[in-house]
Design a protein around this ligand. Structure first.
Ligand code: GLU
Length: 298
């Protein structure tokens, strides 16, 4: 598989953005405003100055939790020291809309923090990050703890095994002498228990460690979302992906509960990205090597 590195359409073309009120200035010396205007949809929506949305605007920076060890979605580029991928580009578009800029918002308006699967919900709950863009599946269980945006990508769980492996499906791993590797705090881990309860589980903070485990023969398979596996497969031709999609994993952006207006703002921008070509441009840039660019998820 070869990467397609077509350049993302710059400048968030076609997204109408209203100017922010001067009251949002980070260095405001005067008394705090009682409400702050959002640029969402070009309509001035007021938020209480104490709201989370207002906090982001006053800070002058969005803090996003992203993966840094998953090619295609969130991967630290050691040459540039920047984290890159589909999730990063989605969060950059949200940041551009928030701060009414067409320029790359990183690093002046966007701070990226590397997170593991298990850290995503706690970091939102502790308000250490404003948003999580980290291959996170929307589930009812997680919705008890945090809010999610609309779906922005539809993945499904699959298996990565050595090329010479005879495993073809998740049920082949449902034996006490089989070891399946995955990440702590992921739906992948829960799904292994559900679909292959007899298998031994080898759990790490991230999937990159699992890759090493398969290569060293300490695991028979790495199981997580197919698109994450596709990223690793691209780096190791001694592996193959098998078993199809045995679950559905709709990705949503994680937001803390009671972030007044922020979820609505994010959804509004996602809707625009899905219709004005930016979603497809991001897809083609990062995932184009997996096949034709589909329609965005509803
Ligand atoms: N999408 C799954 C999840 O949210 C697996 C991928 C991941 O751990 O980031 O748990």
């Amino acid at each position: 598989m070869a990467f397609s590195r077509r350049t993302l359409v710059a400048g968030a073309a076609g997204s109408p953005i209203a100017a922010l009120l001067a009251a949002c200035g980070a260095n405001q010396q005067t008394a705090a405003p009682s409400s702050i205007s959002s640029p969402a949809s070009g309509a001035a929506t007021a938020f209480p100055a104490t709201s989370h949305m207002a906090k982001i605007m006053q800070r002058g920076k969005l803090i996003a939790g992203v993966k840094q060890d998953q090619p295609l979605f969130g991967m630290l580029n050691p040459r540039t020291n920047a984290i890159e991928g589909f999730d990063v580009d989605v969060v950059k578009e949200i940041t551009k809309a928030l701060f009414n800029t067409k320029d790359d918002p990183f690093p002046s308006k966007l701070e990226l923090r590397g997170v593991t699967s298990a850290q995503r919900i706690p970091l939102l709950q502790e308000a250490a990050v404003d948003i999580i863009a980290a291959t996170m599946t929307v589930t009812d269980e997680r919705k008890q703890q945090i809010d999610f945006s609309d779906t922005y990508y539809m993945a499904g769980q699959s298996l990565l095994v050595k090329k010479e492996s005879t495993i073809t499906k998740i049920q082949d791993l449902d034996k006490a002498d089989k070891t399946v590797c995955s990440a702590t705090g992921s739906t992948s881990e829960q799904n292994i228990t559900k679909f292959a309860p007899a298998a031994q589980k080898l759990l790490f903070a991230g999937y990159a460690e699992c890759l090493t485990a398969i290569q060293q023969g300490r695991a028979d398979a790495l199981s997580t979302d197919d698109i994450i596996l596709a990223g690793y497969l691209d780096t190791d031709p001694t592996l193959k992906m098998v078993g199809g999609q045995f679950t559905q994993e709709p990705y949503g952006l994680g937001i803390a509960k009671a972030s007044t207006g922020f979820q609505e703002f994010v959804n509004n921008e996602l809707r625009k990205m899905k219709t004005d070509g930016r979603w497809k441009a991001i897809y083609t840039k990062w995932l184009g090597m997996t096949g034709p660019t589909p329609e965005p998820p509803k």
